[in-house]
Design a protein around this ligand. Structure first.
Ligand SMILES: NC(=O)c1ccc[n+]([C@@H]2O[C@H](COP(=O)([O-])OP(=O)(O)OC[C@H]3O[C@@H](n4cnc5c(N)ncnc54)[C@H](O)[C@@H]3O)[C@@H](O)[C@H]2O)c1
Length: 479
């Protein structure tokens, strides 16, 4: 089957970068990314390619190369569906905030809307690809909607979950560990559809890294991969608390563990807690699915990963309050970093939001600086929590576009994102302009401990013996 036109519904963190790379690698295929969000589409079409709505290293160059040639961004969803032989669904699937499954299950209303729209518009056979992360067996529901609403058109439904990590999305897409394609591999039509999608990726991904499975294995593998990754972060974070009590250093423990080839070194970095749009929602979804099958032990096991993560964020904020002589009321605290990790402007579920919210409850006066996050986004993240009025959020939290101003006259600095530029700052100058004792809470273990102590800061790192002191021989040790 020859694919000439691809449509992707959803121009977000997955749809945008994924389609940009497909368009770059397949110049003979027209790729149209559609979205109902007009503002987002016009940002993707911005004449200055540096103003596209998603910041990812390397993405602007790829968009610049392919946009207008065979990559298009549009709000004409119907038109793109009609033209395409292959339709990726890459819409959001957040945790439900209402009704049955509230706070746990994935909200599939946007997925269902896409299926209904495709069924209404399609006049010829289509391959539908689940790119969004979905609960296992969603493909069955999609099939039901497509066949019961449609007009005799035939569909093949494939699962092709996306494993990119924000911040390294372009590299992950250009050089993926694997591409996973689940399809109806017991039928000839199913196999043909799987092959058509394999052929798209095979333009740049070695065949041995393209894995085909049945649909259900593919759907479940994505949820499981995120659960395993998040579990590693919660496991090392659990040990960080024990390190702080025992004099062990979590970085040393992680290094010793990581050199064991059975364990491996990735995802063993202790921090203030994981964020991002996926880990929490996908684990909650897994917990919900396990519970709905009556598998309570399985559900409880995975839920603990979230409980540990919430605890890590909370204890970081509590430690700030405790260290600042048990009150932060009226004290200026500079928050460096608002995105959930470096090299992205995505703030969804960022630990910074929860730490700031907790400190605002304690009447702190917060100033936030992040190199890539806009002021409106910071306020919208806080307002979404609904903890206090919008006015109170704006009164007690300010957003600065200068890190030195943000830190001036502060009682404490909290590092919440591992932006590399933070390491390069003139910390002597920051120290001079702060109130003393000058506290720094390094939620990412980013800063050079010895240097910070030499300057005079009181530094609180994650999973390090507390307090840290520089010894006569210039080594940093627990006192
Ligand atoms: N962000 C990640 O790192 C990541 C990684 C892998 C998988 N995923 C999964 O990919 C999916 C998309 O995630 P995202 O981060 O790109 O979300 P996103 O919120 O950034 O983008 C989704 C887009 O879909 C659009 N949309 C929703 N309903 C629509 C409709 N009916 N028609 C047209 N457009 C519609 C929204 O307006 C939005 O712009 C989710 O299921 C997520 O779990 C995300």
């Amino acid at each position: 089957m020859e694919i000439k036109n691809i449509c992707c519904i959803g121009a977000g963190y997955v749809g945008g970068p994924t389609m940009a790379v497909i368009a770059q690698k397949c110049p003979d295929i027209n790729v149209t990314v559609v979205d109902i969000n007009e503002k987002r589409i016009s940002a993707w079409n911005h004449e200055n390619v540096n103003n596209i709505p998603i910041y990812e290293p390397g993405l602007s160059d790829i968009v610049a190369e392919a946009r207008g040639r065979n990559l298009f961004f549009s709000t004409d969803v119907d038109g793109a569906i009609d033209k395409a032989e292959m339709i990726f669904i890459s819409v959001n699937t957040p945790t439900k905030t209402y009704g049955i499954g509230k706070g746990m299950a994935a909200d599939l209303k946007w997925i269902e809307l896409c299926a209904r729209q495709i069924a209404c518009i399609a006049k010829d056979d289509k391959i539908i690809i689940e790119k969004s992360t979905l609960p296992v067996r969603t493909a069955a529901a999609l099939k039901d909607i497509l066949y019961n609403t449609g007009n005799g058109v035939k569909y093949q439904i494939l699962s092709n979950p996306e494993f990119l990590a924000e911040g390294t999305a372009v590299q992950d897409l250009l050089n993926p560990d694997r591409v996973l394609i689940g399809g109806d591999i017991d039928t000839e039509e199913g196999l043909e559809a799987v092959k058509a999608l394999c052929n798209v990726y095979a333009r740049w991904v070695p065949e041995k890294r393209i894995l085909t499975t049945n649909v259900w294995s593919s759907e479940l593998s994505k949820l499981t991969a995120n659960a395993f990754l998040a579990q590693r972060v919660s496991s090392i974070n659990a040990m960080s608390e024990l390190c702080e009590k025992t004099g062990a250093d979590v970085n040393e423990v992680a290094k010793a563990l990581g050199m064991d080839s059975r364990i491996g070194s990735k995802f063993l970095k202790s921090s203030v807690g994981f964020g991002g749009s996926c880990f929490q929602k996908d684990i909650l979804n897994l917990v919900y699915i396990a519970k709905s099958f009556g598998l309570d032990e399985v559900a409880d096991y995975w839920e603990q990963v979230i409980i540990m993560n919430d605890h890590q964020k909370r204890r970081f904020a509590d430690n700030i309050i405790k260290t600042l002589f048990n009150t932060v009321s009226g004290k200026k605290i500079a928050v460096l970093g608002w995105s959930f990790k470096k090299d992205t402007n995505d703030t969804r579920e960022s630990a910074a939001i929860y730490v700031a919210d907790h400190l605002l409850n304690e009447e702190a006066e917060i100033v936030v600086y992040d190199p890539k996050v806009e002021k409106d986004q910071v306020y919208s993240d806080l307002d979404y929590l609904n903890t206090r009025s919008k006015e109170a959020n704006r009164k007690n939290l300010k957003v600065s576009n200068d890190p030195y101003d943000a830190c001036k006259d502060a009682h404490a600095i909290a590092i919440l994102t591992e932006w590399e530029e933070f390491v390069e700052y003139d910390w002597e100058k920051i120290y001079e302009n702060m109130l003393k004792p000058a506290f720094v809470f390094d939620g990412r273990n980013l800063l050079d401990v010895k240097e910070m102590l030499r300057i005079g800061f009181v530094l609180k790192s994650i999973g390090k013996p507390q307090p840290i002191k520089v010894m006569a021989d210039n080594t940093a040790l627990a006192s």
